[in-house]
Design a protein around this ligand. Sequence first.
Ligand code: ZN
Length: 487
Amino acid sequence: MRKAAISGMHRRLWLVTIVVLSLFTLHCARDYVTGKRTFTLLTEADEIALGREADPQILAEFGVYDDLKLTAYVDQIGQAIAGVSHRPNLKYTFRVVDSPVVNAFALPGGWVYFTRGILAHFNSEAELAGVMGHEVGHIVARHGAEQISRAQLAGLAIGLGAALSPEFRKFSKFAEVGVGLLFLKFSRDQESESDRLGVEYATRLGYNAHEMANFFKTIARLSEKSGATMPTFLSTHPNPRDREKRIHALTREWQQKIEFQPKNVRRIDYLRRIDGIVYGEDPRQGFVESGMFYHPQMRFQFPVPERWQVKNSPASVQLTAPRQAAAIQLSLAKAATPEEAARRFTQNSKAAVLERRSMRIHGFPAVRLQSQVISDSDTLLVLSHFIQKEQTVFVFHGFTTHERYTDFRRVFSEVARGFDRLRNQAALRKKPWRVRIRKVNRAGTLQQVLSRYRIPGDRFEEIAILNGLELGDRVQAGQWIKIIEQK
Ligand SMILES: [Zn+2]
């Protein structure tokens, strides 16, 4: 959760809106890559409208990674790639989002996102340029627009609810369900086409696209590592090992096809760009430890029920009960007082108030509201607590079905009433891990070199992947490596 983020309860279902607006109006569009005419339901203006509408939601979901220099650098590479692409006239926006996950994605109309996680894992500008080419390729080849059109023609519902389990779907209008669905699943053919375009664009700019292939080795290792979070980028793409081979072949092809003039880019030049980048979850924006959620930046805490899942995004913290039988959402209200926040909630959600009470929670003025809300065809029972801490009104909504309410009412209440100031010094001082670059002064295996730093041994493998090396690989004196530091 982030200080600046104020979230509304209802997220606009932009995709649905667009689908409805352009339903069954077939547009004859040009395939920018082959020049052939193709049919899609979306015009270029539709594509841009889609991207523009979804962009703030992506930012609300992940937050912008706060590093202007790094963002300018990513933008510079992105604009160069866009310039040699088949659609150089679109206006492109390149962003770095604050997520530890290794991922990059694109929205129709010219929006491209790189997570700080993927930037930490690149080992050269050529890897970045290759993946950039791939993402720009999705936009150029109108893959997003194609996917949306196909879904429309098939009459599929691609609203937010589609990604949720049937159990949870009834909460979809109510909960912050995230932007999982903004990531359209591309087909294998589309991914292959984007790989080809990525190789072409990077090669045209003088990058050695073989390095992009190496990055798929990194991806393969990440996905093989047990317990790793699998980003959409990985799970929806073809097998990374196959892609690695194919990209090598495409690179040979393109280096012959055009007069390849290799650019002089050194590994260290890229590493300097990411020196100090936050690595892994950033505890300053909230973390769970021993059954407690701590938010050091906003200085609050609350208890997390056992076995509940916690999803922390800039706009909200969402807790989900086992088997998604209930959920608790914490967000910030756009209101000056708990009373005003409660009133707004009642109006906006058309809640039927069953009980309302003023109270204090650890000294904070609060309003508790029990209400009934109709969501789709379901009736949800909601226990809300509006709590004022300094200038901010925090809102806990616990919600479940009528039948389950008695089972969960106590948990809803305990979580909200456990809300308190964060005073735990260790939690307040908790620092994120960062990638740091170091010059190796004595040759050895990567394993030997890493043991010279104060890095927990169980993280060596992870750091080897970060460097695109194996632990047994020989590292020379004078070579630069990435390590991680908690500072
Ligand atoms: Zn892709």
